[in-house]
Design a protein around this ligand. Structure first.
Ligand code: PMP
Length: 459
């Protein structure tokens, strides 16, 4: 039996949400006539409807009904510096006057690539794309092109964008079978291995014909299912031994865990890295970076050098001047300030504060995360959990991944009612402008939401 829509229940939390957000409700009504589920991104799905945001500044945003929110969505991870950092905004405006697309080479693309090389340890060369999805697609093509091998190992529930090759084993079913609209013949060439399973990876590699292994180096979906550093180190050794290309998908962790991404923080260097989000300073942009011999498969010299066909890659907005300008401004700040360290400290403080609430409220929940991330495990199977020192790796990955959608949805609504926007799994990320006021408001909202949910009989 499917759960009734929350709007059909008599929950006071839902009633308070609906009461506060009439203009969002109207916009959602209108959106449904033109957009599937009224949405443009699946992660914005929320029952009964999402808030519509009018403007944002720093760590905050305001909805169309005038309510202010502490923002932990961070532009889906793109906004390490918070909303509208003055230096980034200034170059964005200046570039608009100069030109957003020359249909030609320009100096900004060179500086952007140079900065990325200075910051990301694996980046010997850079090829720009327009998104993270395009970056993982291109990394795949480079891996197959250079090795002549067909299959790629990916870990269940790690996210690498929405294109056909990485769509299996992310949602609904994790057995590697093709999701709707994707060909079985495409899914069949992706070898799905359980997260953090080095032995299964070894067996899959020994099965042969493996071009590459790809993973999110801090774990699936920004550490929702964490990856232990020892596993990542073991994987580096294993792939090197078997001459298999190791791809770090740092679309979210790049320039966030540290100025050099997760790879600098972990001290582990992959062969290829995919980047997007923070690298473009809040505008669209992505890149594949890595070993010169791999990136140069795109080079026009490739034919002459190795007798190989050049790898095909176009893209109207690759390295466009507007994204390059904001990307450079953002990366200079990330490189030269404590932006990452500040965000990391703010998240550590938040995780500790949320854990205290869970302890005070006697809930068997676990708060976890690394770097600037936090995740809230609401323990649907009612495991015996001590929130102090909670170890997410002691919970089966399927359970972490599945969470408890009705509870997560209610928690999210409650937090919104108290002026805090977290993401839906539930969790979020802090930024370089996360403040003590944000912390206080978030802890208060969490406490009040939990009490409201207890009153409603949810907990
Ligand atoms: N890989 C990872 C690890 C991501 O987090 C994302 C975006 N959430 C992507 C790939 C896809 O990036 P984009 O949305 O820019 O296509």
């Amino acid at each position: 039996m499917t759960e009734p829509a929350l709007s059909q229940t008599n929950s006071p939390i839902v009633a308070a949400y609906i009461e506060r957000t009439p203009t969002s409700a109207q916009l959602f009504q209108r959106a449904q006539a033109s957009l599937p589920s009224g949405l443009t991104h699946d992660a914005r799905h929320i029952d009964p409807y999402p808030i519509y945001v009018e403007r944002a500044q720093g760590s905050r945003k305001w909805d169309v009904d005038g309510h202010e929110y502490v923002d932990y969505m961070g532009g889906h991870g793109a906004l390490l510096l918070g909303h509208n950092h003055p230096e980034v905004t200034a170059v964005a405006k200046r570039q608009l006057d100069i030109g957003t697309h020359f249909g030609a080479c320009h100096e900004l693309e060179i500086r952007w690539a140079e900065l990325i090389k200075e910051m990301i340890p694996s980046a010997e060369k850079v090829r720009f794309t327009s998104s993270g999805t395009e970056a993982t697609l291109l990394a795949l093509r480079m891996s197959r092109g250079s090795t002549g091998k067909t299959k790629v190992i990916r870990y269940a529930c790690h996210f690498h964008g929405w294109h056909d090759h990485f769509s299996a084993a992310y949602v609904n079913h994790f057995d590697g079978s093709a999701p709707i609209g994707v060909l079985n013949s495409v899914a069949d060439d992706m070898i799905v291995v359980p997260p953090n399973d080095l032995d299964a990876t070894r067996v899959a590699i020994e099965g042969g014909d493996i071009a590459a292994v790809i993973l999110e180096p801090t774990g699936a979906s920004w550490g929702h299912v964490p990856a232990p550093p020892e596993f990542v180190a073991g994987l580096r050794k294993l792939t090197a031994k078997h001459d298999v290309i190791l791809i770090f998908d740092e679309v979210i962790s790049g320039f966030r865990c540290s100025p050099g991404g997760a790879q600098a923080a972990l001290g582990i260097t992959p062969d290829l890295t995919t980047l997007a989000k923070i690298m473009a300073g809040g505008l669209p942009g992505g890149a594949v970076v890595g070993r010169t011999d791999l990136i140069d498969l795109i080079s026009f010299d490739e034919d002459a050098r190795g007798g190989h066909e050049k790898i095909l890659h176009f893209g109207t907005f690759n390295g466009n001047p507007e994204s390059a300008a904001t990307g450079i401004a953002c990366l200079e700040i990330v490189k030269n300030t404590d932006a990452c360290a500040h965000a990391n400290r703010a998240a550590a403080k938040l995780r500790a504060g949320l854990t205290e609430v869970v302890i005070d409220e006697k809930l068997p929940w676990g708060i976890y995360g690394t770097f600037s991330g936090f995740h809230i495990f609401t323990n649907p199977e009612k495991r015996k959990i001590d929130p102090v020192g909670f170890d997410p790796l002691a919970v089966p990955w399927q359970e972490l991944r599945a969470g408890d959608p009705p509870i997560a949805n209610k928690l999210r609504l409650g937090m919104l009612v108290y002026g805090v926007d977290i993401n839906g799994w539930p969790g979020g990320m802090t930024s370089a402008v996360s403040s003590d006021d944000d912390f206080d408001q978030t802890i208060d909202a969490f406490k009040r939401t939990i009490r409201d949910m207890k009153d409603e009989g949810d907990l």
